[in-house]
Each structure stands twice: as structure tokens, then as C-alpha cells.
Design a protein around this ligand. Structure first.
Ligand SMILES: [Zn+2]
Length: 290
């Protein structure tokens, strides 16, 4: 009799036809998110509520400008600078104009950075946020110009600057014009610094190339999100040049903190509080000095 029962179970296990295998389960798109680091599958809604941080391993996914603004600035306080500024094609690079047009449509942004003025828990500052969806937030003439203007404006208004960096480096489609932005932005940071004003950099994933080699490394306080990639040249290029194997955690925020390039690693959920505290401490110091 027991054997009969097992027989019944076996009979039910009929192999599916190839046509049946093609039927996709009725799961709405974007319902689930698979963490690329620990492979945990999370409901997208929970992931979004957790500011796109995996609650199993702490992986910090990249954020768009609207998402970053939403979790950083006080509601309704953000006023954008130079919103309409757009890149030309200074060296007539093939397909560059079309690519820019496509990206503007997809991202809803005019360029890879948004700058403006806001308050963070009541502390007024100039803010800049880079968006890796737009040509990997590479720095061309408009990114450089918007950053320069943001620092000049902050210097004039005597405001601190908070910059969230994320970039693949200089924008090759603009050739030498993009490389010039390194010196230009560094000059604007120096102008702001000479007035004794605070500049906080927040390094997010990934911050590399000419951006690391200019304004991203010039903050008075350099904060990084956990485990983000920060570097200049890529690992393979360096290993090929120096003919040595690099440590596994090379170019991670933790490695850079250990070697003195980063001052603080802060979780996304505490970032707003930490920024407002730093801004407040600095403004108090300035008031006392006056
Ligand atoms: Zn994870």
C-alpha cells in the first residue's frame, strides 16, 4: 500500500513540455532586486525603502540625482543652478551629439551633474550631485563649468560646499577640453578655500580618473560610502605598469581610509545627519572666530 502511494507521487511528476517551459511566471518587472555582492533577492520596495542598501551585506547601490536629493536635502529647499546648461561637441566627436540627446531623454537630466543651493537639516550649503547614468558621470566642459560656478557662487555667498562624486573620469569625447576641467575645478576649489569656507566631498561608487585627480580629492573633509571604488587608473593598468600584484581591497574606501586618503566612511542612512553635523560645527567655529 505504501508503495502505491509513492507510485502516485511519481506519476504526478510529468516532465514539462518545451512549450510549457517557455511560459514565464506572472511576476511584474522590477518587483525583485538581486544584490550583486551577496546574491540575496530582495523585494524592490524594501530595497528602495532602505535607500538602496542591501540589508544583508550593506551593499550601497548607485543612486540617481533625484534619489540622492530626496534622502539628503530638506524638502522643498533645493534651488538648482545652471539647469539649462548643455554640452556642445567641441572636437566634433562622432555620435557624441546623438549620445547626449539619447541620455537626456533616458535620464531626464541635461548633464552628468546637478548643482544648486539647499539646506541639510537646516544648514545652508551649495550642493553638487553627479549621476553615473549620464555617460558614467564623466567630466566634460559642462560638468567642469557647473562645478566651477557652484564654487564661485558659494565663495561669493560665503557658503560651504557638499559634493557627491561619482565618475568614470574625464570625458574622452571632449578631448583636451575635458582635461582642462581638472585644473579649472581645482582652481575654483582653491578660491573657495582661501575664503576659509568648508568643502565636504562624499565619494560614491565609482569615483575614478580625472575627477579623483581633481576636485574629488580636494575636500577639507573626505567622506566615502562603504566599500565604494575610488582610484585613478584601473587595477589592470597599474599591475601591468608596476608588474606587481595589488592587494585585493586596493582602491576600496576602506583601503584608502587606512592609507589616509579618506577621513571617514559613513553609511548612507547616517549621511544626512553627519553632513549637517559637520556643517553646523564649521559654522559655529566661524561665528566664534568673528
Ligand atoms: Zn547584499
Amino acid at each position: 500500500m505504501i508503495q502505491d502511494l509513492f507510485q502516485k507521487v511519481r506519476n504526478r511528476a510529468i516532465p514539462l513540455s518545451p512549450a510549457a517551459l517557455d511560459v514565464k511566471p506572472d511576476i511584474p518587472e522590477n518587483l525583485l532586486y538581486k544584490c550583486p555582492r551577496c546574491q540575496t533577492v530582495i523585494f524592490m520596495e524594501d530595497f528602495a525603502l532602505n535607500n538602496k542598501v542591501c540589508d544583508k551585506c550593506g551593499y550601497h547601490a548607485r543612486l540617481s540625482v533625484p534619489e540622492r536629493l530626496n534622502i539628503t536635502v530638506d524638502e522643498g529647499s533645493f534651488v538648482e543652478y545652471d539647469a539649462a546648461m548643455q554640452s556642445g561637441n567641441p572636437i566634433q566627436f562622432d555620435d557624441y551629439t546623438d549620445k547626449l540627446r539619447r541620455l537626456k531623454k533616458v535620464t531626464g537630466l541635461n548633464e552628468a551633474i546637478v548643482t544648486g543651493e539647499c539646506t541639510i537639516r537646516g544648514q545652508r550649503c551649495v550642493i553638487g550631485i553627479m549621476d553615473s547614468r549620464f555617460m558614467m558621470a564623466s567630466m566634460g566642459s559642462v560638468v567642469g563649468e557647473k562645478i566651477t560656478r557652484a564654487f564661485e557662487c558659494a565663495a561669493e555667498k560665503k557658503l560651504p560646499v557638499v559634493l557627491f562624486t561619482a565618475s568614470g573620469g574625464a570625458r574622452m569625447q571632449e578631448g583636451m577640453v575635458s582635461l582642462m576641467q581638472m585644473a579649472k575645478t581645482a582652481g575654483a576649489v582653491a578660491l573657495h578655500s582661501k575664503k576659509g569656507l568648508l568643502y565636504i566631498t562624499v565619494l560614491t561608487d565609482p569615483t575614478t580618473g580625472g575627477v579623483t585627480a581633481s576636485f574629488a580629492s580636494l575636500g577639507d573633509v573626505i567622506i566615502a560610502e562603504p566599500k565604494v571604488l575610488v582610484g585613478f587608473a584601473g587595477r589592470r593598468v597599474i599591475e601591468g605598469t608596476i608588474r606587481q600584484r595589488l592587494p585585493d581591497d586596493f582602491q576600496s574606501a576602506e583601503f584608502l581610509m587606512e592609507h589616509g586618503f579618506v577621513d571617514m566612511i559613513e553609511d548612507r542612512s547616517h549621511m544626512r545627519k553627519t553632513l549637517s553635523r559637520l556643517l553646523r560645527l564649521h559654522s559655529q567655529g566661524k561665528e566664534a572666530a568673528q
